[in-house]
Design a binder for this molecule. Structure first.
Ligand SMILES: Nc1ncnc2c1ncn2[C@@H]1O[C@H](COP(=O)(O)OP(=O)(O)OP(=O)(O)O)[C@@H](O)[C@H]1O
Ligand SMILES: [Mg+2]
Length: 360
């Protein structure tokens, strides 16, 4: 187990700033997930922790010690990539044992360690096969086993499950969660998958163009996104945004004009001024079809997606992007139906003109 600290970590490729002064502390034994749009610098950050990428400025500290100039093999860090990078001519056993052989462990100890790890990852029956004789999921497990067997202080995963089919992703995700519970190693994990991020992470880093937008628990990011970017990035389907304008502020709260209609009730938003433009964020699971009395705005049904467990209804409202609502399968809708939409005020996120959250 080891703590990791990124202290003003910066990476430039020529004149291009890729990582722009990242400060993050990862506690010993924590499972931290890094998410962010393609090209935002996730892999670069991971590779700098591993020592595979030169640091332009700032420091990487492992257990309080600056490791900038320590070569990858001596950092006690194991990295698992999206492409399994197995040695094709070596058997599964030899692939898993590779690092231990290099470290000159004795044969019996290597055998014991490999069989323990193989059993944990359900690879015991595959040890004599070559990588080409395995399925994608099995190969990925060999790559994970090869990292595990070294018992590193830190595991770094760069989208390790993205080549697997849906079912295997779920199984391997659960294996990883179990692995983390059983060995309580520090893990840093990059993914594009919302579900993986929310289920595996104790903390999530949201990176955007080389800058950390928010670092917190999955619940903090989901319920208290600090800005519109985070609000739109965390959660699937993504949060709906609707423009509004403050038309009155007094002791009771503020009144809003939404889509050219002044709503006849007060909202308890703080720190807003009359005439101020706002963006209201409402998640698909919180936007509901309501009676005329509770209506915030009207729209018409444009697309219906039947997903079995629930349906997603996409609603056209004037001059805004299509809104998405998640509805019970028992509710029936038809394309072109007119609907009134509303939400509980505690489920409405509010952002100012700069996209920053305003909380009550
Ligand atoms: N060797 C390199 N030389 C120049 N630019 C690079 C190099 N490696 C990465 N970059 C640039 O750095 C930026 C970040 O790349 P990185 O691979 O870290 O992104 P990422 O967040 O992992 O993206 P993805 O989700 O697509 O894997 C990109 O704009 C990329 O083009
Ligand atoms: Mg990447």
């Amino acid at each position: 187990m080891s703590s990791i600290k990124l202290d003003n970590l910066t990476k430039k490729y020529g004149e291009i700033d890729v990582i722009k002064g990242v400060n993050i502390e990862i506690k010993s034994g924590e499972f931290v997930v890094i998410v962010g749009p393609s090209g935002c610098g996730k892999s670069t950050m991971l590779r700098m922790i591993a020592g595979l990428e030169k640091i332009t400025n700032g420091n990487v500290l492992i257990d309080g010690k600056v490791v900038n100039d320590i070569e990858p093999a001596k950092r006690d860090v194991a990295m698992v990539f999206q492409s399994y990078a197995l040695y094709p001519h070596l058997s599964v056993f030899e692939n898993i044992a590779f690092g231990l052989k290099i470290a000159k462990l004795n044969k019996d100890l290597i055998k014991t360690k490999v069989s323990q790890v193989a059993s944990a990852l359900e690879l015991s029956d595959q040890l004599n096969k070559l990588p080409k004789q395995l399925s994608g999921g099995q190969r990925q497990r060999v790559a994970i086993a090869r990292a595990m067997v070294r018992e590193p202080k830190v595991f770094l995963f760069d989208e390790p499950l993205s080549n697997l089919d849906a079912g295997l992703r779920v199984n391997t995700r659960i294996e990883l969660a179990k692995l983390h519970q059983s060995i309580s190693a520090t893990m840093v994990y990059v993914t594009h998958d919302q579900v993986e991020a929310l289920t595996l992470a104790e903390k999530i880093v949201v990176l955007n163009e080389g800058v950390v937008e928010q670092y917190g628990t999955p619940m903090e990011l989901y319920f208290k996104p600090v800005n519109k970017f985070i609000a739109g990035f965390i959660g699937s389907p993504k949060m709906n945004f609707i423009d509004a304008k403050v038309v009155e502020v007094n002791k009771k709260g503020c009144k809003l004009n939404i889509l050219d209609k002044v709503i006849d009730s007060y909202f308890s938003f703080q720190n807003v001024k009359c005439d101020q433009g706002l963006s209201l964020g409402i998640r698909p699971e919180n936007l509901t079809v309501v009676s005329q009395r509770d209506c915030l705005f009207n729209g018409s049904v444009e697309i219906i997606e039947y997903l079995g467990e629930y349906n997603l209804i996409y609603i056209r409202i004037p001059q805004q992007e299509l809104l998405c609502i998640k509805v019970d399968i028992k509710l029936s809708f038809n394309v072109s139906d007119d609907v009134c939409l509303g939400a509980q005020s505690e489920n409405i996120h509010v952002f100012n003109e700069d996209g920053l959250s305003i909380y009550e």
